[in-house]
Design a protein around this ligand. Structure first.
Ligand SMILES: [Fe+2]
Length: 387
């Protein structure tokens, strides 16, 4: 995460005594660290010992959604056609995955008291529709429509929507952290003048009174494709204060400041976050190229080293026909793709675009699930044929 944050009560010196109001019992310090003890970290101060657990059980595995003989082809599928009732976790449906990432959507329909921790993947949760509070040990993080909520691996959290009428989230899980691209920062780590966003655009957790409550609290813990249920003897949001660089935060896609050029600029210009195994870009409203003969639509291209996934958020996407909000297209590595018939010509002379979309380019192939098979547009891969 970009900068140091301190919230609530912390002792003046780390790893020293920090007593509760009674003057005798200690708050329990937890170092939440990455890359062993060498990466970014935070120190959290709990009322109770973090490892306490009453019982551990495994939930049934759900590996049945693989579509092993899915053909290598272009896909267009409509994620809004697959809705499962449930809370912010149980409503999730996986569409694409590989050893490093999982791409899902969810239409949460109900609130729940469960706590959730993804112990294997960092999560990027894009709030397509809805608003509410993301609650975690770090405090309250309000979210609104079109926020990305960036959740470090191992964070215990809940999502509370204001209402569940039409809520929708798009989730990308990654086995390595979502990083701010190195070239966006100066030598001191500050975001540079020409970066597409600035520290002020990131929202961090607000202080939430620690909850001093004993009882039985259900924590769902996901480890790769296995899921466990822990019963905790105390409320997990028992943190009186924390500080450091590692915490959940939000960033709204509307804050992204795009770059424009004289002729077509390639996708890296839309870069948002990097991971070791894929990148995240986003397309936002922008002026088109200003050369008098420019073709704003992209040229055909073979991205032979990456599968390209596009999640459509809003607007009429300039290079694709037939996509709608909530659509995903998958253009696998090794086969060329580009604008559909008429889209190149239609873009000539256009001055601007009003589209929002999120792109995930993975460096290893994605597996297509049965949820794709259920929701796909059958003849999408033929849509480049001209009568
Ligand atoms: Fe592409």
């Amino acid at each position: 995460m970009p900068f140091y944050v301190r919230v609530g009560k912390v002792p003046p010196k780390r790893h020293t005594t920090f007593y509760k109001d009674d003057g005798k019992s200690l708050y329990r310090e937890e170092l939440f660290s990455t890359q062993g003890f060498s990466g970014i970290y935070s120190n959290k101060y709990h009322m109770y010992m973090p490892p306490q657990v009453d019982s551990i059980g495994e939930l049934a595995q759900n590996n049945s959604n693989e579509w092993p003989d899915a053909p290598l082809q272009y896909y267009h599928f409509k994620t809004d056609s697959k809705q499962t009732n449930g809370d912010f976790f149980s409503a999730r449906n996986e569409f694409l995955k590989n050893d490093h990432c999982v791409i899902s959507t969810a239409h949460p329909t109900e609130d729940s008291e469960i706590f959730y921790r993804n112990s294997y993947h960092h999560e990027m949760i894009f709030v397509h529709r809805g608003e509410g509070d993301f609650l975690s040990e770090y405090g309250r993080l309000p979210f609104e429509q079109w926020d990305y909520i960036m959740v470090p691996k191992g964070t215990t959290y809940q999502m509370k929507f204001r209402n569940y009428n039409d809520a929708k989230i798009f989730i990308v899980e990654s086995d390595t952290p979502f990083e701010i691209p190195r070239h966006f920062r100066n030598e001191y780590g500050q975001l540079k003048e020409d970066a597409p966003y600035y520290e002020r655009d990131f929202k961090v957790p607000q202080f939430m009174e620690p909850i001093d409550q004993l009882g039985s609290f259900k924590l769902i813990l996901k480890v790769s494709n296995r899921t466990f249920e822990y019963e905790l003897p105390h409320h997990p949001f028992d943190v009186v204060g924390w500080d450091g660089y590692l915490y959940p935060y939000t960033f709204n896609i509307k804050e992204y400041a795009p770059k424009v050029g004289k002729i077509h600029l390639p996708p890296p210009i839309h870069l948002l976050f990097t991971t070791e195994h894929f990148v995240v870009c986003n397309f936002v409203p922008r002026l088109f190229d200003f050369h008098p003969d420019a073709i704003p639509a992209p040229y055909y291209h073979s991205n032979v080293d990456s599968d390209e996934v596009l999640y459509y958020v809003y607007g009429d996407f300039m290079s694709r026909s037939g996509v709608q909000e909530g659509s995903i297209t998958l253009h696998p590595m090794g086969i060329p793709h580009g604008p559909q018939p008429g889209k190149t010509e239609a873009s000539i002379g256009k001055k601007e675009t009003d589209e929002y979309a999120i792109m995930i380019d993975t460096f290893t192939s994605l597996k297509v699930t049965k949820n794709v098979q259920e929701t796909m547009v059958e003849d999408y891969h033929h849509s480049w044929l001209e009568n």
